[in-house]
Design a protein around this ligand. Sequence first.
Ligand SMILES: Nc1ncnc2c1ncn2[C@@H]1O[C@H](COP(=O)(O)OP(=O)(O)OP(=O)(O)O)[C@@H](O)[C@H]1O
Ligand SMILES: [Mg+2]
Length: 248
Amino acid sequence: MSAALTLHGVHAGYAGKDILHGVDIELEQGGALTVVGPNGSGKSTLLKTVVGLLRTSRGSIALQGTQVETLNAPARARLGLAYVPQERNVFANLSVADNLRLGWEFLHPRTEGSARRERLDYVLQLFPEIRDRLSASAGLLSGGQRQMVAIAAALMQTPSLLVLDEPSAGLSPRNAGLLFESIARIRAAGITLLMIEQNVKLGLSAADRGLVLVAGQVRLLAPAQELLADDRLHRLYLGAPLDASETH
Ligand SMILES: Nc1ncnc2c1ncn2[C@@H]1O[C@H](COP(=O)(O)OP(=O)(O)OP(=O)(O)O)[C@@H](O)[C@H]1O
Ligand SMILES: [Mg+2]
């Protein structure tokens, strides 16, 4: 079976200037990979390149064995990729129910209402906290609940690969913990996860592998639990160079 996501030598950036310098990633079906790294290291740029908002200047990207680097973001979504950006990820003036409905209708136009309701039930099992808030305006929810709505709406697309940019940003430790309980349920449901987390401990605890991106390059890639205990992770965050022998 093909990997859920494969990147080979990916370069990408803005206005002709590369930010990513040859990134390689292989994410197996059902796997969970968390990307960490200092501010400005290119983490969001990496996700935007994976989902098709930015084009590669060099290198290749495949989703389940299909080359996608020439496809735009909606075409990649139709191949099973759903993306939740860090900010402005819900329609604040629409109800929670309408946000979820739009997530469904984006990829399932002209389907029976029963199929949507079945999916909605499934998604609400993953996010029980928003079940009672369906008629509320998404913009009036707590930050934690709003983030749950954003991820739930992405899941209404029935993706096989879910891409999350800093899901816990701006949340209290309690709400971040609750959100990650939902993320653990999503992972248990077999959906492949690629996420960025600035909360390194929380983000790596939810993944099976962790990747440290520094200055647009993969500096460390290891099982998440190993990385959490790895002194090199902390040194990279502090900007200290590693010896060549230490990067593998
Ligand atoms: N739209 C843009 N146009 C030009 N340069 C950009 C743009 N977005 C990001 N950059 C630059 O690309 C580099 C990487 O930014 P990126 O947002 O990918 O970093 P990041 O690792 O996600 O950082 P953070 O942890 O702060 O979210 C930075 O130097 C940033 O200034
Ligand atoms: Mg970012």
